[in-house]
Design a protein around this ligand. Structure first.
Ligand code: PEP
Length: 257
């Protein structure tokens, strides 16, 4: 049986300047240093302007916390004003980058096709994409949440080879549960996460599907994380608002305590 190390990733969104980022990561490192938290991988997904500071801190203090960005350009370089490329993120030793977060899809019109290009750009430069997928409220109410989410997975992975996909992280984030306080029921989250694993098995192989980590995201807090993490196809969480409170984020990371 494959064992998947849970990944708890904090998506800071557009919060914390580089000085606040340093203080925040120091707090996390201190709170997590007194016990073995290797059974859970911890990552912070910071604004671009924070990454160099986070890198210096993580490298200097040999912290086990991983870090990454919240978006990446589909292009490696060139006349794309305002964009940040995968080679730039790789140079900062980022491990992860989120692709297709619903806020990018909603406010920046990101399509599955663009997500596909971003996934490819990330893998090409050794970054691990955290591919965000999930349905809006009307889609769920119409009962089409599984079909909708699986189409996003398939679209984003078009022509991405198995040897890359085996290391991807997929985050199931129902849009109606993001930042709203409305958490998706653990059984409902499990239903979609299991379907995502099934889709990966269909597109690639069962072996690959068993290896891929699938996170749940949407109003995760210390009070609901244990129930979510008890589900067999949920291998971690993508945490937005609650990740900005270091004490709360640490409690989420220590969901087993
Ligand atoms: C997110 O930003 O991916 C997220 C899940 O946000 P929140 O935890 O605030 O719902």
């Amino acid at each position: 049986m494959t064992t998947r190390t849970p990944l708890m990733a904090g998506n800071w969104k557009m919060n914390l300047n580089h000085l606040e980022a340093i203080a925040h990561v120091q707090k996390l490192a201190f709170a997590l240093a007194d016990k073995d938290y290797e059974a859970v991988e911890v990552a912070v997904l910071a604004p671009f302007t924070d990454l160099r500071s986070v890198q210096t801190l993580v490298d200097g203090d040999k912290l086990k916390i991983k870090y990454g960005a919240q978006d990446v350009s589909a292009h490696d370089s060139g006349a794309y004003t305002g964009e940040i490329s995968a080679p730039m993120l790789a140079k900062l030793k980022c491990t992860y980058v989120t692709v297709g977060h619903s806020e990018r899809r909603q406010y920046h019109n990101e399509t599955d096709e663009l997500c596909n290009a971003k996934v490819k750009a990330a893998f090409k430069h050794g970054l691990t994409p955290i591919l965000c997928v999930g349905e809006e409220l009307d889609v769920r109410e119409a009962g089409n949440h599984v079909t909708h989410t699986l189409a996003q997975v398939e679209g984003a992975l078009k022509d991405v080879p198995a040897e890359q996909v085996e290391s991807i992280v997929v985050a199931y984030e129902p849009v109606w549960a993001i930042g709203t306080g409305k958490v998706c029921g653990a059984d409902d989250a499990q239903e979609v996460c299991a379907a995502i694993r099934g889709k990966l098995a269909e597109l690639y192989s069962q072996e690959l599907a068993d290896q891929v980590r699938i996170q749940y995201g949407g109003s995760v807090k210390s009070g609901n994380v244990a129930e979510i993490m008890a589900k067999p196809d949920i291998d971690g969480a993508l945490i937005g608002g609650a990740s900005l409170d270091a004490d709360e984020f640490v409690k989420i990371v220590r969901f087993r305590d």
